[in-house]
Design a protein around this ligand. Structure first.
Ligand code: ADP
Ligand code: MG
Length: 403
C-alpha cells in the first residue's frame, strides 16, 4: 500500500476550520469514571498546537469505549474536554452531540485559535456503519473551505465515518502522529536498512499468520519466541508437553519453515525454554532444551541460550520490527526473555520498531520505551500494518506529490 500521504504541513491550514479525528479512547476508572492515563490526550497535543498556532479553528472528535450506537453517559467525552483544556492551557468548548443542533451551532460560531470537542462519535450508530450522511454531516461542520486531519492511528484499520467516510467530503491529510507511524513503519516495510530482522512472539500463531506471511517476503531473518514458538517446534517433531499449542496450525508452521528455507530467510526458533508445571508466576521453573520439554511441563519463556542467539542477530541488524512478547511477561519470572530482547534492541544501532498492544506495554513496563526508534500507538492497527493490509483510514488520505 502507498504510505506517502499528504500531511498537515503540505496544506494551507491558516484560518481554516479543521475537523481533527483524535484517539481520545482513554482508560477510565470503572467506578468513578476518572481518566487513569492521559497519554493519548497528550499525544494529540503537537498536532493540536500546530493547528492553533496556524490560527485554525479545531473541531476535534473521537470515540471512547464501546457504547454501540447508544448514548452511555459514563462514556461521555466531557471529562476529556476538561483534561485537554488543562493540558492546552486554553478553554475547550464541548458539544453535547456530534452532528446535532449543539455541535452545528458551536462549530459555526468557532473562531480561529479555538477548540471544540464533539461528544463520543460512537453514541451514533452511523459512525461505525460508515454512513455517508453522517460522514457528510461531520464534514459540513468544517464548512465549505474546511479540512480533515486524521491523527487517530489506533482506528485507521477501521472504515468508519470519522476515520474514512469524511474524506469523501473534505481534503484529507494526516496529522503528526499518523505521519510518524507511516514514515517509520512504512519505511521499514518498503525500504528497510538491512539486515531486516523481524521478531515475532505473543500468544498464538493464528493471530499472526498475516504478519508472518508478509514479513517472510520482506525480512532477512525472523526470530520466533513466545507462545507461538511451540507450534513451530512441534512442526519440527519435538514433544511440547502442555505448552500452548495450536494443533491445527502445525502444518502451516511447517510450510513456513520450508518457505523460509526456500527464500533464504534465516528463521530462528528457541533452542531452550523456561518450563513449569502450571501457568503461574514462580521462581521454581526449569530451563530445558527446546527438544526436551518434559511431559506435564509448559513453556513459558525463551531460555538464556535463545536470548543470546537472538541478541546476536539483533546486534548486526539495520532494522528490527518486533511484535509479540517472548514469554508470559506479565509474570516477573517469565519476563526475562522479553527483557533480554528489549535490551538487545535498545543497545543496537538499528531502526527499532515495536508494534502490537502487549509488546508496546511490555517495553514500557520494562523501562525501554525511550530507547526504541518507534513504538506504534495502535495495537490492532499496527498488526494490520505489519500484515501489509490496506488501512482504510490511510488509503483515504490525499497522496503526497512525487518528488
Ligand atoms: P501483541 O499484543 O504485542 O500483538 P499478543 O497479543 O499476540 O501480542 O501476545 C501477548 C500475550 O502472549 C501475552 O499476554 C503473553 O502472556 C502471551 N504469551 C507469551 N508467551 C507465552 C507462552 N509461552 N505461553 C502462553 N502465553 C504466552
Ligand atoms: Mg495483544
Amino acid at each position: 500500500m502507498n504510505y506517502h500521504k499528504k500531511t498537515l504541513y503540505d496544506v494551507d491550514v491558516k484560518g481554516k476550520k479543521v475537523l481533527l479525528r483524535c484517539d481520545f479512547n482513554v482508560p477510565q476508572d470503572k467506578s468513578t469514571g476518572a481518566i487513569t492515563d492521559d497519554k493519548r490526550i497528550r499525544a494529540a497535543l503537537p498536532t493540536l498546537r500546530y493547528l492553533l498556532e496556524q490560527d485554525a479553528a479545531v473541531i476535534a472528535c473521537s470515540h471512547l469505549g464501546k457504547p454501540k450506537g447508544t448514548v452511555k453517559p459514563e462514556l461521555s467525552l466531557r471529562p476529556v474536554a476538561e483534561r485537554l483544556s488543562e493540558l492546552l492551557g486554553q478553554p475547550v468548548i464541548f458539544a453535547a452531540d456530534c452532528v446535532g443542533a449543539d455541535a452545528t451551532e458551536k462549530a459555526a460560531a468557532l473562531r480561529p485559535g479555538e477548540v471544540l470537542l464533539l461528544e463520543n462519535l460512537r453514541f451514533d450508530p452511523r459512525e461505525e456503519k460508515n454512513d455517508p450522511e453522517f460522514a457528510r454531516a461531520l464534514a459540513a461542520l468544517a464548512g465549505a473551505d474546511g479540512l480533515y486531519v486524521s491523527d487517530a492511528f489506533g482506528t485507521v484499520h477501521r472504515a468508519h465515518a470519522s476515520t474514512a467516510g469524511v474524506a469523501a467530503y473534505l481534503p484529507a491529510v494526516s496529522g503528526l502522529l499518523i505521519q510518524k507511524e507511516l514514515e517509520i513503519m512504512g519505511g521499514a516495510l518498503n525500504d528497510p536498512a538491512r539486515p531486516f530482522v523481524a521478531i515475532l512472539g505473543g500468544a498464538k500463531v493464528s493471530d499472526k499468520i498475516g504478519v508472518i506471511n508478509n514479513l517472510l517476503d520482506k525480512a532477512d531473518a525472523i526470530l520466533i519466541g513466545g507462545g507461538m514458538a511451540y507450534t513451530f517446534l512441534k512442526a519440527k517433531g519435538y514433544g511440547m508437553g502442555t505448552s500452548l499449542l495450536e494443533a491445527d496450525r502445525v502444518d502451516y508452521a511447517r510450510e513456513m519453515l520450508e518457505k523460509a528455507a526456500e527464500k533464504g530467510v534465516k528463521l530462528l526458533l528457541p533452542v531452550d525454554t523456561a518450563v513449569h508445571t502450571a501457568f503461574e508466576n514462580t521462581d521454581a521453573f526449569l530451563t530445558v532444551a527446546a527438544d526436551a520439554i518434559p511431559d506435564g511441563y509448559m513453556g513459558l519463556d525463551i531460555g538464556p541460550k535463545t536470548e543470546a542467539m537472538f541478541a546476536d542477530t539483533i546486534r548486526s541488524a539495520g532494522t528490527v520490527v518486533w511484535n509479540g512478547p517472548m514469554g508470559v511477561f506479565e509474570f516477573s519470572a517469565f519476563a526475562h526473555g522479553t527483557n533480554a530482547v528489549a535490551e538487545a534492541l535498545a543497545a543496537s544501532g538499528a531502526v527499532t520498531i515495536v508494534g502490537g498492544g502487549d509488546s508496546a506495554a511490555a517495553v514500557e513496563q520494562l523501562g525501554y520505551a525511550e530507547r526504541m526508534t518507534h513504538i506504534s500507538t495502535g495495537g490492532g492497527a499496527s498488526l494490520e500494518f505489519l500484515e501489509g493490509r490496506e488501512l482504510p483510514g490511510v488509503a483515504c488520505l490525499l497522496d503526497a506529490e512525487e518528488n
